[in-house]
Design a protein around this ligand. Structure first.
Ligand SMILES: Cc1cc2nc3c(=O)[nH]c(=O)nc-3n(C[C@H](O)[C@H](O)[C@H](O)COP(=O)(O)O)c2cc1C
Length: 414
């Protein structure tokens, strides 16, 4: 008898063969599987092993053929990512920080995978804060094809979605090298027609892993010492980056702490010093309160990213959609406002724009794509997001990005 785990949809159990990884001997029937057994892919318990009447069709995902037009779909890349991330992320349909998932819960010093810090409450808050909004459907209006185009720091983009800085393939089973992973993010963004960012992991504290693919992209550095950052900004400029930045929330990075690498909070004066140290536009990422937003605007930075690092640097934080409206009400048009956190689809993008952001970004989905298929996969996911954003704009009566305002949102608190 064959079973498939109905949580990850990836683990198949054949009771004739058993499962060596979880210690099930050949011939172990469903009833004989111990109650404390867990799925080796997603950690679900045995109640999620659903009997399969028919064997699954098709070869293993790595050799699964592309569709009839020769193009690999988002679903295809997600299957590949699921295999590559086995034990860390089960590439669930909803990536929301559910506490039952493999990725969530305290790690007690183990690598974090794609999960959140501590109990994962900030990751959860990002999802819930955005999920509370509904969209107002509005259709009786002259038809127009939604114009999604925008421009980020002077660079025209196909839609107001950027690819964020994600790093640390150590958390992703080292399925590709750090440089390849960063290339996927930066070049995938470019291939689609937007701007990508690239993050810095402790194994690359002395040479940013995105340097070789930096042309036209943004390199985000961890908040190390001022002198080091200023030297790194210069390297990024020489490598062709269009902007540089610092993830200020990176001072809470567990990876950097585990690697014994020093990262610091930054004072308002230090922000100004960084902005004045380079001719490139500077971006500060990790803004979650009005006071920090004010300091970033006063520093002369050209963009701020409202972000809590996808809930990976502090437990029990607010969701980004909770703080965005207030920050945007003070600083819209004074600085480019970018936001991320549990943004997964074009519908999430339109909500973030309506709440006051100029650009939205999605971290974990892009990480999975870069891992699964490099630039092509990242670009394919962006195509999918664009088709959803187009539909979301069409159905809410928005002809262009400027028309995406709070008026399309429904929420009791508004
Ligand atoms: C595995 C992983 C690694 C990350 N590494 C970095 C990094 O090196 N630099 C950075 O600025 N942000 C980093 N982030 C945060 C992302 O840029 C982004 O803020 C976050 O993923 C948004 O949340 P989401 O994944 O729910 O979309 C990382 C996020 C994840 C999931």
């Amino acid at each position: 008898m064959k079973y498939i785990c109905d949580i990850c949809n990836a683990f198949e159990y054949n009771d004739e063969l058993g499962d060596e990884t979880t210690g099930l001997k050949p011939g172990t029937t469903y009833d004989e599987i111990p109650e404390d057994w867990r799925c080796p892919v997603c950690n679900a318990d045995k109640s999620h092993l659903a009997p399969q009447d028919e064997p699954r069709e098709g070869p293993a995902v790595e050799s699964k053929p592309p569709d009839s037009e020769g193009k690999k779909s988002v679903a295809w890349y997600r299957d590949v990512a699921r295999e590559k991330l086995m034990g860390n992320c089960s590439v669930n349909k909803v990536c929301d920080g559910d506490p039952q998932r493999l990725c969530m819960g305290p790690k007690f010093g183990e690598t974090m995978g794609l999960g959140g810090e501590g109990k994962g409450k900030t990751f959860d808050a990002n999802y819930k804060a955005l999920d509370q909004y509904r969209l107002k459907m509005r259709l009786v209006k002259k038809h127009a094809e939604p114009d999604m185009k925008s421009s980020f720091l002077g660079v025209p983009v196909e839609m107001p979605v950027l690819v964020p800085s994600v790093s640390g393939v150590k958390n992703m089973n080292n399925a590709v090298t750090e440089e390849e992973f960063q290339r996927g993010l930066l070049q995938g963004a470019k291939l689609f027609g937007t701007v990508g960012m690239s993050g810095q992991t402790p194994s690359h504290a002395d040479r940013h892993p995105g340097l070789d693919s930096a042309t036209g992209g943004v390199l985000i550095f961890k908040p190390q010492g001022q002198e080091k950052l200023i030297a790194e900004f210069d390297e990024a400029r020489t490598a062709g980056a269009i902007a540089v930045g610092v993830d200020l929330d990176g001072c809470g990075s567990t990876n950097w702490a585990a690697a014994g690498k020093a990262v610091y909070r930054k004072s308002p004066e230090e922000l100004k010093e960084l902005v004045n140290a380079t001719p490139l536009p500077v971006i500060f990422k990790g803004i979650m309160c009005l006071e920090d937003a004010q300091a970033v605007v006063e520093s002369g930075a050209k963009a701020m990213v409202i972000s809590n690092h996808g809930g990976r640097v502090m437990d029990y934080g607010q969701g980004t959609a909770e703080v965005l409206p207030e920050i945007a009400s003070h600083f819209k048009d004074k600085i480019a406002i970018v936001v991320d956190g549990a943004c997964r689809t074009g519908y999430d993008v339109i909500k973030y724009l309506a709440l006051g952001a100029d650009f939205a970004m999605m971290g974990r989905p892009m990480a999975r794509m870069s891992l699964a298929g490099g630039p092509e996969a990242v670009s394919t996911y962006l195509d999918f997001v664009k088709s959803e954003l187009r539909r979301a704009m069409l159905m809410t009566g928005c002809d262009n990005i400027a028309q995406v305002t709070k008026s399309i949102l429904i929420n009791q608190k508004l």
